[in-house]
Design a protein around this ligand. Sequence first.
Ligand SMILES: [Zn+2]
Ligand SMILES: [Zn+2]
Length: 145
Amino acid sequence: MDERIGQCGCGRLKIRVRGEPLGVARCHCDFCQKHTGSAFRLSSFFAEDQVLEITGQPRVYNGLEIDGVGIADSVERGVAYHFCGTCGSTVYWVWEPGRGVYGIAVGSFVDPDFPPPTMEVWTELRHRWVPPIPDAVAHKHLPDV
Ligand SMILES: [Zn+2]
Ligand SMILES: [Zn+2]
């Protein structure tokens, strides 16, 4: 499949990408659990030039911006999450300053054939019933960069 479209729950916010993701990761951290309302976040990463089109008018949540209320001491700071103002789904995110990479929620593609995660982080907070992903590199917290 050469192109994929990720979209929010109501379909107003869409991102169209070309080619395979640079990587796929599952994060079990505190922020991802709260932000997604799920036991973990599934993220895919695409280079900026793989992003063909974004349609809709996203709202942006960036912990750094809002009245001094942010994600204290979290590495998630500096990430601008783009979400649909109508249905609330977070569809994609970018780093500030830019890294030339987009994070896109794997769930936004609704594709059972989407490549599986090759990495998982914050396994210390992984729910006990969630099995490790075969062949994925697992980090108890975040990997050293
Ligand atoms: Zn929506
Ligand atoms: Zn996380």
